[in-house]
Design a protein around this ligand. Structure first.
Ligand code: SAH
Ligand code: SF4
Ligand code: F3S
Length: 445
């Protein structure tokens, strides 16, 4: 008997890529493929790639090299590169790795079946042209049975001078509120408790949909979407990411405060605490505006958790400008901060500027920033000590199987003693007894 066809997917990069991988896995399972944890036992290997920084891109080439070699011994192996490196490199990837069968950009994720049919007909296929993203009719194979991602807007129309995302993800395309709500209703029926609405710049949601209100505002904003979906039965928590300080509104803050299912957690990247650097990045706000947004959030929700992204070592960044980033982090006290050393990316303006900083300076600044982030996060964690927090249990603690783990509404990872069979998917009141920079431990109440 012929053994079933097996597929393997490795995903790099952000939540959008993870969401795309889940949809592509769903398509493959619909086609009769079975999942293989080990790429070396799979007949089809798909790398869903990221090119946000050079090290993310390089990782893919080393993985691919190994599979390309395997293909010489096993010619029926199908090799696919999807995602942002695929979009960026296109045909060039085929020249670099001629063993590839399919190179497909992120806009083509939902077309995987069609593209593979062309491959199985004997073609080598490159799908990187800009298209209108079709609604996905297959069922994604989701990693979690408790929390799920729901795309609301694809692409990005900003032009931050360091960033490849607009060139690899294309123009903004919003899904309709009805399609989003329908997907959430199905998830609610399947027992999912928590939804994260996704967009690279989620505040742009709805700008490309028709309709304006009497006051001239777009009819379908992110705020309107939250009101429209917040009562989906079964869904207990709603999150959204990523917010852009340029477009973040008080109306949105009020909605989050009013709607009980929307969690008090805001992910609003600031990138730099220095106005000149922000200007060179084309971010469209000042550090004062950023601080006002956080003040406003804390006025409505004093306990809200705040996370962000920041870049150090942007071209021309002086020591004094870097210290303004440290100052912002010191003043605001983030619950979590994703930090990165600036990496020049192909096709972005900042990559061509003089005044690129040395790797030593960048890594020194990164370490100094990371030390401060850990100190501030530990301080922020302390406010939980002795408190009772609602934790949505997702899994067993892999390091201690007598414990389960989940997240608070503020998105802190929390561990407590308990049986996963009994608690998985439950919202549990947990009294916090220990705090660390990025996680908590407690006891079930
Ligand atoms: N849309 C989001 C984030 C997109 S990319 C936003 O507007 O903030 C995720 C993060 O990667 C960015 O927030 C930024 O901090 C980082 N990043 C993007 N391009 C980078 C580059 N060239 N070098 C280093 N970090 C980068
Ligand atoms: Fe990149 Fe800026 Fe768009 Fe974010 S908003 S994805 S940083 S271009
Ligand atoms: Fe990477 Fe593409 Fe996301 S470049 S960060 S996977 S949008």
């Amino acid at each position: 008997m012929k053994s079933p066809y097996r597929y393997h997917i490795t995903t790099f990069g952000c939540q959008m890529n993870k969401a795309d991988s889940e949809r592509m896995a769903g398509i493959l399972e619909n086609m009769g493929f079975e999942y293989s944890e080990d790429p070396n036992h799979a007949n089809l290997v798909l790398y869903n790639t990221c090119t946000i920084r050079d090290n993310a891109e390089q990782k893919v080439y080393s993985y691919l090299g190994r599979q390309a070699k395997r293909k010489h011994k096993q010619p029926d192996l199908t090799l696919v590169v999807a995602g942002c490196v695929a979009q960026q490199e296109g045909e060039t990837l085929l020249r670099r790795v001629p063993e590839l069968d399919l190179v497909m950009g992120p806009q083509h994720a939902n077309r995987l079946r069609d593209l593979l049919e062309q491959v199985f007909d004997g073609n080598q296929v490159v799908a990187t042209e800009a298209i209108q993203i079709a609604e996905d009719i297959t069922k994604p194979r989701r990693d979690s049975s408790i929390t799920a991602w729901v795309n609301v807007i694809y692409g990005c129309n900003e032009r931050c001078t360091y960033c490849v995302v607009p060139s690899v993800r294309g123009k903004e395309q919003s899904r309709t509120p009805e399609a989003i709500r329908t997907e959430m209703e199905v998830l609610g029926q399947q027992g999912y408790q928590e939804i994260t609405l996704l967009g690279q710049n989620i505040d742009a949601y709805g700008r490309d949909l028709p309709g304006v209100t009497e006051s001239g505002r777009h009819k379908h904003t992110l705020t309107d979407l939250l009101y429209y979906v917040h009562d989906v039965p079964g869904i207990e928590r709603i999150r959204f990411a990523t917010s852009h300080p340029r477009y973040f509104t008080e109306r949105l803050i009020r909605a989050c405060n009013e709607l009980p299912k929307v969690c008090e957690h805001f992910h609003i990247p600031f990138q730099s605490g220095d106005n000149e650097v922000l200007k060179a990045m084309s971010r469209g706000y000042t550090h004062q505006k950023y601080r006002r947004i956080i003040d406003k959030i804390r006025e409505y929700m004093p306990d809200a958790s705040i996370s962000a992204d920041a870049i150090v070592g942007f071209p021309g960044e002086t020591e004094a400008q870097f210290e303004n980033t440290l100052k912002l982090v010191e003043d605001i006290g983030f619950d979590q901060l994703n930090t990165a050393a600036y990496s020049p990316r192909p096709g972005t303006p900042a990559a061509h500027w003089n005044e690129q900083l040395s790797e030593e300076v960048k890594s020194d600044r990164l370490q100094r920033l990371n030390r401060l982030v850990a100190v501030k996060a530990a301080e922020r964690s302390q406010r939980y000590l002795g408190r009772i927090e609602e934790v949505l249990v997702e899994d067993q603690n892999p390091k201690d199987t007598t414990q389960v783990m989940g997240r608070t509404r503020g998105n802190r990872l929390t561990f407590f003693t308990g049986d996963i069979q009994e608690l998985k998917g439950q919202l549990v009141k947990v009294k916090i007894t220990q705090t660390r920079a990025f996680s908590l431990t407690g006891n079930k109440e």
